[in-house]
Design a protein around this ligand. Structure first.
Ligand code: PLP
Length: 380
C-alpha cells in the first residue's frame, strides 16, 4: 500500500450498462478516463459497438496505435511539429488517427507537415456546445467555433489545404456530460442545474443539428459526428445526426459520477491506504492519499471514503501529500497495517499515482497490470 485496484466484475457491469444506455450507437472510448492499456483493450473487445479511442495527447495516440489500436480521434488540438509528425508517421503506416482542429492555424500546421510526409491528414472540427444565459456562460472554454457561420468558414478554409480533409465534427456538451445534478448537500443548486441543463440541451442539440445540416447541404461528407460523455448519453443519443458517443469515466465510475439523476454505475476503481499511525482513539493516519482531482477546486475534488463504512476525512487536514488522518466510527477494530479504502473523484487521474493496479474478480486478486504511468507513458 498505497495500492489501487479495479474490480472487474463491477467494471464489466459498467461496460454493459453503458452499452445499454447508448442504445444502438457506437461508443468511442475516452482513454484519458481509463489510462490503462489492458483495460482499454478489454472494453474494445467487450462489444463491436465500442469503436475507436478518443486520445488526449498526440504522443499517447501514437503509443496506442503502436500497441495495435486503431481509429483514434485526438480529442483536443495539437500544434507542436514533433507531435504532428509522430502522428503522421502512424498515418503513413496506414493507421487512422484524426486530428482535432478549431482554427485555421491548426489546419495550416497539419497541412504543412502532411505535405512533407506526403500523406493525407484527417481532421475533425471541435464545435463549442456551451449555452449563453444572461450573465452565465454555461459550458467550457475550448473552441471558438460556436455558430453555423463559424463552422462553415473553417470548413471552407480546410478545403484550401490539399493535404487535409475534413472528416467530421465533435460537439462535447461538457455542461451536461460532466456536471452532476444530484450533488450531495448542494440543495437548490441541483434544481438550478437541472433547469439549466434542460434548456441547454434544447439549445445545443438544435445548434448541433443545424451545423450538421449546413455542412451536409454544402457537400461536406461527414464521416463522424461525435457527441457527449458519460453524463450525457441519454440526451446525446436523441439527436439522429450523431454517429457516435464518447464515454470514459463511466467504466470506473469515480465519485463525481455518483451525482447524476439519469444513471448510477458501480464503483469499479478503488485505492487502499495503509494505517501507519493511531494518533488518538478513533483517528487513523494513513500513508499517502493526497490524490486530489483537477479542475475547479473544492471539497468534491478530494477522494471519497469507501470501506469500511464510517470513515470521515478531517476537514482541517484533508488528504495529505504523504499522510492522511481519518476519523472512524464504525464497528471494525482497526490496527496499524490495516487498509482503508477510498475512491478518487475522477476517473483516469487515479492511475497517474500508480505504476500498476490489481485486477479483482470474484473478490480475489487475479492479476497485476501496468497503468500508463507504469509503462512510462506520461503525457503531462
Ligand atoms: C472532448 C471530450 N469528449 C468526451 C469526454 C467524456 O469523457 P467522460 O466519459 O470521461 O466524461 C471528455 C471528457 O472530458 C472530453 O473532453
Amino acid at each position: 500500500m498505497p495500492l489501487a485496484f479495479v474490480d472487474l466484475d463491477l467494471f464489466d457491469q459498467n461496460i454493459h450498462a453503458i452499452l445499454k444506455r447508448a442504445g444502438n450507437l457506437p461508443i468511442r472510448v475516452a482513454s484519458k478516463s481509463v489510462r490503462c492499456l489492458p483495460l482499454l483493450k478489454r472494453i474494445l473487445q467487450a462489444d463491436s459497438r465500442f469503436q475507436g479511442i478518443m486520445a488526449y495527447h498526440p504522443l499517447e495516440a501514437v503509443k496506442l496505435s503502436q500497441a495495435g489500436l486503431d481509429d483514434i480521434l485526438l480529442g483536443y488540438p495539437c500544434f507542436a511539429e514533433q507531435h504532428i509528425q509522430a502522428v503522421l508517421e502512424e498515418v503513413k503506416r496506414g493507421k487512422k488517427i484524426i486530428f482535432m482542429v478549431d482554427e485555421e492555424p491548426h489546419v495550416q500546421q497539419i497541412n504543412r507537415m502532411a505535405q512533407q510526409f506526403e500523406v493525407q491528414a484527417k481532421v475533425c472540427m471541435d464545435v463549442d456546445m456551451s449555452t449563453e444565459f444572461p450573465g452565465l456562460h454555461f459550458g467550457v472554454w475550448r473552441s471558438p467555433l460556436r455558430t453555423v457561420n463559424n463552422v462553415m468558414n473553417l470548413a471552407n478554409q480546410i478545403k484550401k489545404y490539399p493535404n487535409v480533409e475534413l472528416y467530421g465534427i465533435m460537439g462535447y456538451e461538457a455542461q451536461i456530460a460532466g456536471l452532476g445534478d444530484r450533488v450531495k448537500g448542494a440543495g437548490l443548486k441541483n434544481t438550478a442545474i437541472t433547469w439549466l441543463k434542460k434548456r441547454s440541451v434544447k439549445d445545443l442539440s438544435k445548434r448541433r443539428g443545424d451545423i450538421v445540416k449546413a455542412l451536409r447541404d454544402a457537400g461536406f461528407e461527414l464521416q463522424l459526428v461525435n457527441a457527449g460523455g458519460t453524463g450525457s448519453i441519454e440526451t446525446s443519443k436523441q439527436e439522429p445526426w450523431i454517429t457516435e458517443i464518447t464515454v470514459g469515466s463511466g467504466f470506473y465510475s469515480p465519485a463525481l459520477f455518483d451525482y447524476y439523476s439519469q444513471f448510477k454505475h458501480a464503483p469499479a476503481a478503488v485505492f487502499a491506504l495503509e494505517i501507519t499511525r493511531i494518533p488518538a482513539s478513533g483517528i487513523y493516519t494513513c500513508q499517502g492519499g493526497g490524490y486530489i482531482a483537477s479542475g475547479e477546486t473544492g471539497l468534491l475534488k478530494q477522494p471519497v471514503p469507501y470501506l469500511p463504512m464510517g470513515l470521515q476525512p478531517i476537514s482541517t487536514e484533508g488528504f495529505g501529500e504523504v499522510q492522511t488522518p481519518i476519523r472512524y466510527s464504525g464497528k471494525e477494530s482497526l490496527q496499524i497495517g490495516d487498509p482503508l479504502f477510498f475512491r478518487h473523484a475522477k476517473a483516469g487521474e487515479l492511475l497517474e499515482r500508480f505504476n500498476t493496479i490489481y485486477l479483482i474478480k470474484n473478490g480475489k486478486i487475479i492479476e497485476e497490470i501496468s497503468t500508463y504511468r507504469g509503462l512510462g507513458w506520461c503525457f503531462g
